[in-house]
Write a protein that binds this ligand. Structure first.
Ligand SMILES: [Zn+2]
Length: 190
């Protein structure tokens, strides 16, 4: 048996790209004609829902009541008095009652919470059952179960997220509450 080939190896796909390099066109680029990808839809919905949660609710943790800046307890501060969105909210996070991986409830307002890092990332993560009990009490048992059924229906494929509709609903709610709006191409809201 000889180990040398008689015929040269043929490459099936060309080594070099033949056409011009495909350019990535961002959603906010007016030249963009392609509809958003699923990842882009999700990011847009997240931005709106996150802002609605952060700015549409009192800037305190919904579990422990701590504010993002608790240096002076006597000085209540409002959204208008906040210097920069990234600074005062660094400790308050957009959190979910039923995990955000369940897309059918990810953008439901009643499934969202504003929690401090410690209640969100430490307590809720390490005490999932206690978190569920607390959340049930917070939003009411009926709503907790309704959301859970919706999350599961989505996971089973019985419910599909209508992204254009969800985006419009979230945008309308953000406008209604007067929260800062992320950049969203107008054509997606028409
Ligand atoms: Zn907290």
């Amino acid at each position: 048996m000889s180990l040398t080939r008689k015929t040269p190896l043929a490459r099936r796909t060309p080594l070099k790209r033949t056409g011009p390099k495909p350019r990535k066109v961002g959603l906010n680029n007016p030249k963009r004609v392609k509809p958003p990808t699923k990842t882009e839809w999700k990011a847009l919905c997240d931005d709106l829902a996150r802002n609605t949660c952060r700015y549409g609710r009192p800037p305190i943790c919904e579990r422990c009541g701590r504010g993002p800046m608790t240096i002076d307890e006597d000085v209540p501060y409002t959204f208008a008095s906040m210097p920069s969105p990234s600074v005062p909210f660094r400790q308050l996070q957009w959190a979910h009652i039923h995990p955000r991986g369940y897309l059918a409830t990810r953008w439901e307002e009643s499934n969202c919470l504003l929690l401090c890092v410690s209640c969100h990332m430490v307590w809720a993560e390490s005490h999932p059952l206690e978190f569920d009990e607390w959340a049930k009490e917070k939003i009411g048992e009926q709503e907790w179960w309704r959301l859970r059924q919706q999350a599961l229906a989505g996971a089973r494929g019985e419910m599909k997220v209508d992204y254009p509709e969800t985006l419009k609903r979230l945008h309308a709610r953000a406008v209604e509450l007067g929260v800062p709006l992320p950049k969203i191409p107008a054509r997606l809201l028409a």
